[in-house]
Design a protein around this ligand. Sequence first.
Ligand code: PGA
Length: 255
Amino acid sequence: MSETKKAPARPVVLGNWKMNGLRADGLKLAGELAERAARLTGTLGVFPPATLLAGVASRLAGTGIVVGGQDAHFEEGGAFTGSISPAMLKDAGAGAVILGHSERRHGLGEDDALVQKKAAASLKAGLLVTLCIGETEAEYDAGRTIEVLERQVAGSLPARATAANLVVAYEPVWAIGTGRTPSTDKIGTVHARLRAMLEERLEDGADMALLYGGSVKPGNAAEIMALPNVDGVLIGGACLEAESFWRIYTAGGGA
Ligand code: PGA
């Protein structure tokens, strides 16, 4: 159990490399981040493809930068071709995992129940879970954002979640990789509702890190992270270049 552990230090800035990076690029990017990370005041994390986990983790050892996987199976091992268990992620040097990303929920048909099982297994293995939730454009247009998020929180938040072992990332599906974001007013309103949902469900819901994700860039990161109840950001495209990822981190007060 993790009673004595604390919620990750703010800002929490996480970079999801997605299916990008061969060995040389990934190690170069990790090296460029390592050079900048002499004194981290918040939480900085990278989520390389599984093939690069071990190399990136060893390149970043001792820097304080968190390294994580982009998905995990809910079983510890067995006949699950192509899958990776939480224990395997840990064994490769990961301390964290992203679960329920839209590209898996909507791209690969993962539902809340599956995401919840993966999250429970990952917590059991001692990984810091980043649980992604978010509405589609049609749901947004229909004014159903809060209802969708309520369903996703109820269905995919695992029972053992605490502020020390889990981070929630709100990522509107229509904002991911599109260059479009909700207005800061909208992000603020959604995050306030999410905070209330977490406080209702969890003893320490007030401390749980709540991230925004979807087209965050160096140019909009500061105003997004200045919002109440936005404790950090989850980055896709802009994390593939060390300088832009680092500028986002410092825009949120980290260095
Ligand atoms: P993006 O991706 O920053 O490229 O929009 C965000 C994400 O998928 O987490």
